[in-house]
Each structure stands twice: as C-alpha cells, then as structure tokens.
Design a protein around this ligand. Structure first.
Ligand code: SF4
Length: 326
C-alpha cells in the first residue's frame, strides 16, 4: 500500500531542481514530457532549455518549420514525436487561439498525445486527478503491491494504471504525479533500490518479502533484427548528396543515400574510398552500414538534394549517419 501523504511530503523535501518544474505552464510540461519519452532526464535538460529559448510559446513553435525544429532537437532520437509536436502546436494555434487546451478529451485529440502524456499534463499543469503511468510508476506499484504479472502485457499494465488512478484520486494531483515518478527515479531504482531511504518502505510488500530485485517482471524481448545497408558519400566538387527520409522511422531527418544490401543500386558509380562499416542500434533494430565514398557515373536521383559540403551542419541528420560524418 502507498500512503500518498507520506509520499508527497517526501517529494517536497527531496525533489530535484529541474528546469521544467519551475512553473506549471502546460506548454512547458507538454514539451518536457514529450522529450522525456525514452530519454534520460540528464539528456533532456540541455535540449529543453535550448528548445524553450528558441520557442518560448506554443505560438512560436507553431510558426516554425520541420527542418528548423529538427535542427534544434537533433540527437534526441525518436523524431516522430517532434513531427507530431509541430502538428499539435499548429492545432493549438488554429483551434485554441494559442491557449493550451485544459480538458483531458481535448488534450488527447492533439497529435502524439497518449494516455500517459495527457495524464501528466492534466495532473501537473492543471492539478486534476488524471493518472500518468510510466516505467517508474509501474516499478513502484508492482513492488509495493507485490504484483508479479508480466508487465510487457497490456492487460497487466492496466492493473497498475487502475491502482495509480485510485491513488491520485486521494492525493494532490500535481504533487502526487511528480512524487511517484521521482521516487521511482531516485529511490525505487531498477537495480539496488534505496529502500532504507524510502518513505513508504513500512508498507511495501516487496521490501517486507525482500524481493525488490524480482519486480516488476518483464518477459524477455525477442532479438533485434539487423538490416544491412550500403551507404554512399557522393561527392561532386564541393557538394554532397543527401536524401530527406519519408519513412516512419526517422521521417523528416536527412541521410546519405542508402540502399538495403540486396537492393538494386539505381545508378552507376566508381568507388573512391572504402570508409568501413558502422553500426547503429535502435530500440527494436540494428542498422549495419557499409560506407563508401563514390563518384557518380550516371545522373543523380531526383529525390536527392545537392548541398554544399560546408553547410551539412545545417541539415538535421539521422544520428546513425551523423556518426559517419564524425
Ligand atoms: S521500499 Fe524499496 S522496493 Fe519498496 S517502494 Fe520503496 S524503494 Fe521501492
């Protein structure tokens, strides 16, 4: 069981000083929650500061273009979330006169905002009891209630969401949401949780039964798929060719022309230099890229963009290909 009151008192004394907690502007909360998806707090902080400096209001964000936005957040990964963010900002501009909506239903309709993000905005920015259940919350609740089910299965996660909702219903929402996440991040860590310092250890079943390191249970993931690519650095005087990705993965980012290992190469070329093989690991797959510097012996493809070599830094590049430039 969790005593929400004890948890909230602990949070007020122990919370980290984070730039997105300085005020409860729903726009800032939204930006930070989108950035924190799949990304560590320490990595997010400098990006958040840079982002808010460039786009201090949702109106300023709605007026930017995708290339400029991507150059601000390049390196953070999972670029689709920012494509959606731009779309959502444009909706807030056109439908809500630049005022971030304040009901759960309206917020859920914005591009890229799921149950978790809407719950975080509603509770942290508007102090309304909508639960936000992330990995930290799953860990704290699975341990305190000794829930042994596989958390890779959606219906099992639902149990945790229900408990989290009951807890926030009895709490101060804006404090509770941050408190339980902070407890998961600082104390109830995945490995070696600091139970002695935990404000709720007296009622934590995992602590009492000494099985903290067994919970939560996640079944093994399947092996990642590897895709082999042939990547071309095509130089032409002082220029290089890039392609803007249209695929779901890394859509909108730029890359050097690349083709899957067994794909037919639709142009003639001469190899100038073998640059070796590079690897990039995504959460669900691996790219293995054989890179060559080449000279074209036929016309370039129309989907390529010819850019001045010196200006490559102005193009938001997929991190997998940024490694090649470096
Ligand atoms: S007592 Fe330990 S396992 Fe239980 S919630 Fe606290 S840190 Fe997590």
């Amino acid at each position: 069981m969790i005593n929400v009151n004890q948890l909230e008192i602990w949070y007020e004394k122990n919370k980290r000083d984070l730039p997105f907690r300085e005020n409860k502007n729903p726009y800032f909360i939204w930006v930070s929650e989108i950035m924190l998806q799949q990304t560590q707090v320490e990595t997010v902080i400098p990006y958040f500061n840079k982002f808010i400096k460039k786009y201090p209001t949702i109106k300023s964000l709605s007026q930017t273009d995708e290339d400029t936005l991507f150059s601000v957040i390049q390196g953070l990964g999972y670029y689709r979330r920012f494509k959606n963010m731009l779309k959502a900002a444009k909706t807030v501009h056109s439908e809500y006169k630049d005022e971030f909506p304040s009901t759960y239903q309206e917020i859920r309709k914005l591009a890229g905002i799921g149950e978790y993000t809407a719950g975080a905005i509603m509770s942290i920015a508007y102090n309304k009891p909508f639960a936000a259940t992330d990995g930290n919350v799953i860990r704290v609740i699975a341990r305190t209630y000794d829930i042994k089910d596989d958390m890779r299965i959606e219906k099992n996660k639902k149990q945790i969401k229900l408990i989290n909702q009951q807890l926030i219903d009895a709490a101060i929402p804006k404090i509770y949401t941050q408190a339980i996440m902070e407890l998961g991040a600082l104390v109830c860590r995945p490995v070696n949780p600091a139970c002695e310092d935990c404000p709720i250890h007296g009622t934590c079943k995992a602590y009492i039964l000494n099985k903290q390191n067994e919970l939560p249970y996640f079944s093994k993931k399947k092996n990642k798929k590897t895709i082999k690519y042939h990547v071309f650095l095509i130089e032409d005087d002082n220029s290089l060719y890039l392609r803007k990705r249209t695929e779901r993965l890394l859509g909108g980012m730029y890359e050097f022309p690349q083709f899957e290992e067994n794909e037919m190469i639709p142009f003639d070329y001469e190899v100038i230099e073998d640059k070796g093989t590079y690897k990039h690991v995504f959460t669900h797959l691996i790219w293995e890229m054989k890179v060559e510097r080449i000279k074209l012996k036929s016309e370039p493809l129309t989907v390529w963009l010819k850019i001045n070599k010196e200006l490559i830094k102005d193009y938001p590049m997929a991190t997998a290909h940024k490694k090649i430039i470096n």
